[in-house]
Design a protein around this ligand. Sequence first.
Ligand code: ZN
Ligand code: ZN
Length: 404
Amino acid sequence: MKAAIVVIDGIGDRPLKKLGSKTPLEAARRRNLDYIASRAINGLLYPVAPGIRPGSDTAHLSILGYDALSSYTGRGPFEAAGAGIKVKPGDIALRCNFATVDDNLVVLDRRAGRKIPQEEKEVLEKVINEIELEEAEIIFKSTLDHRGALVLRGKNLSDRISDTDPHVEGERIKKAAPLDKSKEAEKTCEILNEVITTAHKKLKTLEINKKREKEGKKQINMLLTRGAGKAPAYQSFSEKYNMKGACIATVALVKGVGRFVGLEGIEVKDDASITELGEAALKTLEKYDFVLLNIKACDDASHDKNPERKIAAIEEIDSMLRIFLEFIGENYLVLLGDHTTSCSRGDHCAEPTPIAIAGPEVRVDDARKFTEREAAKGALGHIRGSEVMPILIDLLNRSEKFGA
Ligand code: ZN
Ligand code: ZN
């Protein structure tokens, strides 16, 4: 038996007046979602814990059975892993922007014009990676547009350091400062400040900047850093559950969580369609025991406060799920949201999201629809993210008896 968790990112919502007090999920056409719910045990899922508004990273960690509340050190390490850096426990990871500053280091554009061509990104990546440090190793990857991930690797480094990004334009860049009195924080600040100074010196004389100047484009002459996080150590998924698992996602943050816990990252195009993602998941299950598939579209629409687009995304996911109907005859499929994303707020909130577990031996309950309110009729009741994997592992007959 195999298992798939399909994470419909940000699926839950609050009732919306313009939808006649229905949620987008309630307002959407749901053939396959409801079919699966009617052959499943259903419930409401608190991705981390009641009252906690989860980020996608902490929610995915919890759903995979890792204690986010005690282990989470910020999104930096996950972003870096998602960018393809092999992050190790103890590494300090930071999120970065390429930016434009003037001669007094006042930030003119935090994004250096935002769109940076691929060939320029490659040059920038090389320049940053060539910075030599005495007390640490530097690993840098360019990601989307002006963004990047920076890892400092060395002995006794600390993530208790402040941002060099002033977060607003018109202000001078900041020096990294220690956030506690430790030697480690002081040392890490010295290292990072050296990186920033050297990066600025190297960047401003680059040929690509001369070319950009001629073209009337903004200079790429500064690296801004924020959100330092020390990479935590997690037991690998395969060791924890004795299963070969993989992760499919288009967003770096979720890819990073997958890589961090040792799930194999299956490559898909960043703009893969929902159908392509579903097909990739089923194909992956030919070789793996477990797959986590993240589908981002509903969350994006909710952040844009666009319930119509959210409904359209739900309906697209609904039709994709047709290809999973055969799968649940012999295997287990978990449908859930990693959090509620409210279209009225444009952000995540703490309300639980529906969860349905379908498969050969579940005790099918009275819930007949995959919606926030119908899920409350389900036999699972209210569960937390960290309880999903134990329940699934038991259904798969892979768990061990507790006691005699
Ligand atoms: Zn999410
Ligand atoms: Zn979101």
